[in-house]
Design a protein around this ligand. Structure first.
Ligand code: ADP
Ligand code: MG
Length: 316
């Protein structure tokens, strides 16, 4: 069993994080600040923005983030295509409640059995949001399907008759092997999802290095499953701690919220809930900041902890 002593002993935890950047102090959260955005955000950067949603560790909320940010973008008036690149464990279609509408996948497109348009599944609620699955559930990564094939796909989406979408979101598989490399190849920016725990952070740090090696410099972070009660009790790392460790700009802070699990099981992303759940508002805000590329508008949900005990986990 892993003991607290072994975690706090720097010799047993050789994790080296990148140098910490000086950070602006975040503002505190108020409902007013959440609702202040009553205008349409201005789209920054060249379109289509090709964004990979990644994490390293599995189960931290990549697919949840892809579904909720994708639908938020659609609600904000932008067109978005979400590609489920988690081939073996495809579940974005389930989260979106679109599983019965997936008749064709990219494999059939590549085999010449259907057109790209036939494999794109239009959302039943927001027609400017579409889903694209690489292959049928439980099938392996198709032989020869790699970064080049995904880049071809992105180019084909750009060249569509109805015009390129504003955003192409790629839901990345866990791990750092072939599926990960394939998913990041066509992307020019990344959203790194992490939870405030050491295993997720270690993987996130490793993935950040790999993204940078691949030339993806625009990396923003979502800290998911944050519990303010645990942060106050000093049982969970604060978002500031996470930010200092990873040195990445903050796109969003998503609280732990049972509504997320409920919405996952219903196939109804929580940004569509009325009235919105807190996590839904947080995803909406993250989508807003993604559009405007202004991470310093991030609204935070926590107070700074009194003691910074968690740094000792990393020998800091
Ligand atoms: P990944 O794609 O990284 O493997 P998922 O998005 O599938 O992760 O999420 C894994 C599980 O965690 C799902 O059951 C989801 O409902 C749950 N989950 C994700 N984010 C939250 C949150 N903020 N609060 C509560 N549960 C969450
Ligand atoms: Mg997933």
């Amino acid at each position: 069993m892993i003991s607290l002593q072994s975690l706090t002993n720097p010799k047993l935890t050789p994790v080296s994080f990148r140098p910490r950047k000086p950070l602006k102090k975040p503002r505190s959260l108020t409902i007013n600040s959440l609702l202040q955005y009553n205008r349409k955000p201005e789209l920054a950067g060249e379109t289509p923005r090709v964004v990979v949603i990644t994490s390293g560790k599995g189960g931290v909320g990549k697919t949840t983030t892809t579904a909720n940010i994708g639908l938020s973008l659609a609600r904000l008036g932008f067109s978005a295509v979400a590609i489920d690149a988690d081939v073996g464990l495809r579940n974005l279609d389930l989260l979106l409640g679109l599983e019965n509408r997936v008749n064709y996948t990219v494999v059939e497109v590549l085999n010449g059995d259907c057109r790209l348009d036939q494999a794109l599944v239009r959302d039943k609620r927001w027609s400017n949001f579409e889903l694209l699955c690489i292959s049928k559930p439980r099938s392996k990564l198709p032989l020869g399907f790699g970064g080049k094939a995904l880049t071809w796909l992105v180019e084909a989406l750009k060249a569509r008759e109805e015009g390129a979408p504003d955003f192409i979101l790629i839901d990345c598989p866990a791990g750092i092997d072939a599926g990960f490399i394939t998913a990041i190849t066509p992307a020019n920016e990344a959203v790194l999802v992490t939870t405030p725990d050491i295993t997720s952070l270690r993987d996130a740090d490793r993935v950040t290095g790999l993204l940078e090696c691949d030339g993806i410099r625009d990396i923003k972070m979502i800290v998911n499953r944050v519990r303010t009660d645990m942060i106050k009790g000093e049982d969970m790392m604060s978002v500031l701690d996470v930010q200092e460790m990873l040195g990445l700009p903050l796109l969003g802070v998503i609280p732990e919220d049972s509504e997320v699990i409920r919405s996952t099981n219903r196939g109804y992303p929580l940004v569509l809930n009325k009235p919105p759940a807190l996590a839904g508002l947080a995803f909406e805000q993250a989508a807003w900041r993604l559009v405007e590329q202004d991470s310093m508008k991030a609204v935070m949900v926590e107070e700074e902890p009194k003691r910074r005990g968690f740094f000792s986990f990393f020998g800091g």
